[in-house]
Design a binder for this molecule. Sequence first.
Ligand SMILES: Nc1ncnc2c1ncn2[C@@H]1O[C@H](COP(=O)(O)OP(=O)(O)OP(=O)(O)O)[C@@H](O)[C@H]1O
Length: 274
Amino acid sequence: MSTIQTPGSHSEPLLQLTSVSRHFGGLKVLQDVNLAVPKSGIFGLIGPNGAGKTTVFNLITGLLPTTSGTILFDGQDLAGRKPFQITRGGIARTFQNIRVFKEMSLLENVIVGMDAHLRYGPFGLLAGTRVFRSEERRARERARELLSWVKLDHKAGELADNLSYGDQRKLELARALATEPRLLLLDEPVAGMNSTEKLDLMREIENIAARGYTVFMIEHDMRFVMGLCEQIAVLNFGRIIARGGPEAIRNDPQVIEAYLGREDDEATTEGATA
Ligand SMILES: Nc1ncnc2c1ncn2[C@@H]1O[C@H](COP(=O)(O)OP(=O)(O)OP(=O)(O)O)[C@@H](O)[C@H]1O
């Protein structure tokens, strides 16, 4: 169950994409993408709208097959694995649009995320039958602990529907962690948040990374990405055009060009000046 990693084992990447392409008919959404996410820390993927970022996550999580190329997670080829197998293998994900169960309590939302690690499934647990009692107790304790990591444990019994937008995003984080991942994929975690909520979530993500989880995020908000990520890759029209630390990315002429050349992108001005 432990997800804490041994410090110092940084040689092999945790996740490695090699020459990955994905075409939809004649549309070459990803072309020859090479990416290496290290075994610890916070890694960012940025790029203008439609660059192919979410498609990268869809390939990693098995929602879509690659057209060509390989994706290795902890040295294992993910080709042909189903999304639930990839989740069980240690990759969790949040989505651009909030997906909490609004009619369930926070605690129940997190327990539902535990599916991959429960012998009897989350709904058996929630039914609370005697046979499952000890597993139920453990699950509830773990769910409460995960809620405490995002500072929502005091609301554990409340309906998710009552939460603010920012807190719903944090609940999603707790639920993703309930699958006991090693790698956490976050797709635009601060989309739609106000600046207080963003700062709050930034701290929570830092705390999660400090607990030993590897975080790989797609995000448009440049201040957020630059403030959090140690390494960043930039995707433009399906190709990686730059990778490096925040300072190098900020000053990369190709990156500036990619953002300035696309007036439709919300990151345009911040991307050039952040
Ligand atoms: N299942 C699909 N079938 C056909 N085209 C698709 C499919 N999924 C994605 N695309 C296309 O691939 C391109 C890249 O989409 P993707 O969502 O990966 O971009 P993105 O960088 O995440 O964009 P955004 O920042 O706006 O979320 C778009 O042109 C999109 O229409």
